[in-house]
Design a binder for this molecule. Structure first.
Ligand SMILES: NC(=O)c1ccc[n+]([C@@H]2O[C@H](COP(=O)([O-])OP(=O)(O)OC[C@H]3O[C@@H](n4cnc5c(N)ncnc54)[C@H](OP(=O)(O)O)[C@@H]3O)[C@@H](O)[C@H]2O)c1
Length: 162
């Protein structure tokens, strides 16, 4: 199974200055539950926003830079088909595409499942989620979570390809 996994605000903002625009521990926990033991794919900019590779997951980073230096436990690829080919050799693991926007664009139309966390608030940011054709998907699960800060009230949505 191939999935997109991301969190966006009411306006579709996903990033600011190379980081997330919010701190939402509940979503980080959800992210960990969905990705542990799986293959995660991220763009080079998102990877560089992390302190270290994500533990207990196969980390793949995409970059066009052929001489890109990454830690030994990180797999570096230079195009999306190479990622898909790798995942096909690991049928027991999900391939979870975790952003950012540039990376999602490289996998447009591919995911079977969309895990979208929708925040109620409006945040400042410089990176938007790309447009997604939701008519291709059915909302199969939606879990609303109220937060004391109304900006951080959010819904965990699961969209499955029709
Ligand atoms: N809210 C969320 O769920 C979420 C999730 C992830 C990220 N983010 C945020 O999004 C922002 C980063 O997003 P972004 O769009 O600026 O950057 P990004 O997608 O993380 O990284 C872009 C870089 O990835 C590489 N890349 C992407 N597609 C490629 C392909 N098909 N082949 C080879 N290389 C490819 C290129 O690296 P080179 O330039 O090295 O060639 C490109 O410049 C950050 O603020 C981050 O915190 C938010």
């Amino acid at each position: 199974m191939i999935a997109f996994l991301w969190a966006e605000d009411a306006d579709g903002i996903i990033g600011r200055n190379g980081r997330l625009p919010w701190h939402l521990p509940d979503d980080l926990h959800y992210f960990r539950e969905l990705t542990e033991g799986q293959i995660v794919v991220m763009g080079r900019k998102t990877f560089e926003g992390l302190k270290r590779p994500l533990p207990d997951r196969t980390n793949i980073v995409l970059t066009h830079q052929v001489d890109y230096e990454a830690p030994d436990d990180v797999i570096v690829y230079h195009d999306a088909p190479a990622v898909i080919a790798y995942a096909e050799t690991k049928p027991d693991q999900n391939l979870i595409i975790i952003g950012g926007a540039n990376l999602f664009a490289s996998f447009t139309g591919i995911p079977d499942v969309l895990y979208r966390t929708k925040l109620a608030g409006h945040f400042e940011g410089d990176t938007h989620m790309l447009p997604i054709d939701y008519s291709q998907y059915a909302l199969t699960k939606s879990t609303a979570v109220t937060n004391p800060d109304p900006q951080l009230t959010h819904t965990f949505e699961v969209w499955t390809r029709k």
